[in-house]
Design a binder for this molecule. Structure first.
Ligand SMILES: [Zn+2]
Length: 399
């Protein structure tokens, strides 16, 4: 690995050590990251120069010697902003540099790309103005987009937005005078799981998120798998019923035509149950409504079938369920798990943990924050979270 990249890695490690353990001293950081004291000291000086750190005297616990300085990422250093660009609703969260939520907004989505992009720009400006944060203090805006995003930020196909071949990253960058990053919504959320969620030290996991559609993101050996052009992970379009229900992609019988948030609501509407969101469906099922229970159990069955194949192919340590599915997890998960146990090969599925994301409804928006954080730390995209976690990835001496 070349020296410039190792320097970036060192900055990232110190940044994340302070984000996860505010109040650490340089000695604590060296211990946590496995970096030597001189390198930590050089990186701390660099962050200080960029006005990103706050210092305070660390309380002494009877230890002799010079008092240590407690370091933290400065509150005044600015914001990261995360966005979930969904056809129905756009979710926007603003956080401090250590990813503490400071504000959030929801505005209606739009099937018109220009309108949606303009709305994102307007809300970010409005939020910053309302909280008295100057635009140049926004260190990055990350946007999770539902659909097939290539490596250059072009949306090749967004079945639920009705968009195809849209240079979404360029449009967003033109709308905001701050650094902007964009990726597929589930891939962004998976990055958030590794940074702030349930997969902090997990190298092999799959995240499945259902909103209007269903997406998945796979980490193997700490690396996000993107595939040749970047389109890997379209679990929602695996066919579960030959010639079955119509899907937004133009195909029929796709998983997301049965188990996405939109599909579950639609299937209930066909059975005379009008629900606006999955929380209501969960409520109906809890009160013993047969239609709600059947639709949710069927969604769990189909998810389980697809995930059993996924487990056979990729042997994850964890399966994490998020987005709208988290709201109906109490009914969907037991069925899904039963089917995975029934259908996947014993050795592949033994010990696989199935959990619900702790990031809840804001998983994708927090994914946007994770994208912005990665962009701010300017890590090349091939550098994995796994590499950050490895203490033996190498450090270079202070310049
Ligand atoms: Zn489809």
């Amino acid at each position: 690995m070349n020296t410039a990249i190792i320097r970036l890695l060192n900055v990232s490690r110190v940044f994340h050590a302070l984000r996860e353990h505010p109040g650490s001293s340089q000695r604590d950081i060296a211990r946590r990251t496995g970096m030597d004291r001189a390198t930590v000291s050089a990186v701390v000086a660099q962050l200080q120069e960029q006005d990103l750190l706050e210092r305070a005297q660390k309380p002494r616990h009877g230890r002799a010697g010079r008092p240590e300085t407690a370091l933290r990422l400065a509150e005044r250093a600015g914001w990261f902003v995360g966005v979930r660009l969904d056809p129905q609703e756009i979710h926007i969260v603003a956080t401090t540099l250590d990813a503490r939520l400071v504000a959030k907004r929801r505005v209606p989505g739009s099937s018109d790309v220009t309108t949606a992009v303009r709305r994102v720009g307007a809300v970010v400006r409005e939020l910053a103005a309302a909280e008295g944060v100057r635009l140049k203090r926004i260190r990055g805006v990350g946007v999770g987009v539902p659909g097939l995003m290539d490596r250059e930020g072009r949306l090749a196909l967004g079945p639920n937005l009705g968009w195809h071949d849209v240079p979404i990253l360029d449009l967003l960058r033109a709308a905001l005078p701050v650094p902007v990053y964009a990726d597929n919504d589930t891939k962004a959320a998976a990055l958030a799981e590794t940074l702030f969620g349930t997969c902090h030290n997990v190298m092999d996991f799959v995240l499945v998120i259902a909103h209007a559609g269903i997406g998945s993101a796979l980490f193997q050996g700490g690396m996000l798998q993107r595939g040749w052009r970047g389109y890997a992970g379209e679990l929602g379009h695996v066919k579960v019923v030959p010639g079955g229900r119509a899907c937004g992609c133009g195909g029929a019988g796709c998983l997301e035509a049965y188990a996405s948030e939109r599909a579950i609501l639609e299937r209930l509407r066909e059975r005379g149950r009008i629900c606006a969101e999955l929380n209501e469906v969960a409520g109906l099922a809890r009160r013993g409504d047969a239609a709600a229970t059947e639709v949710l159990e069927d969604a769990g069955e189909k998810l389980g079938t697809v995930l059993a194949t996924f487990v056979n192919l990729t042997n994850p340590q964890r399966i994490v369920i998020g987005g709208g599915l988290a709201q109906v997890a109490e009914v969907v998960m037991p069925v899904m798990e039963r089917v995975v146990v029934r259908d996947a090969l014993g050795p592949s599925r033994d010990g696989v943990e199935v959990l619900v994301s702790e990031l809840g409804e804001e998983a994708v928006a927090m994914g946007g924050v994770a994208l912005a954080m990665d962009g701010f730390l300017s890590l090349p995209s091939w550098l994995s979270v796994g590499q950050l976690r490895r203490r033996d990835a190498g450090t270079v001496p202070a310049p």
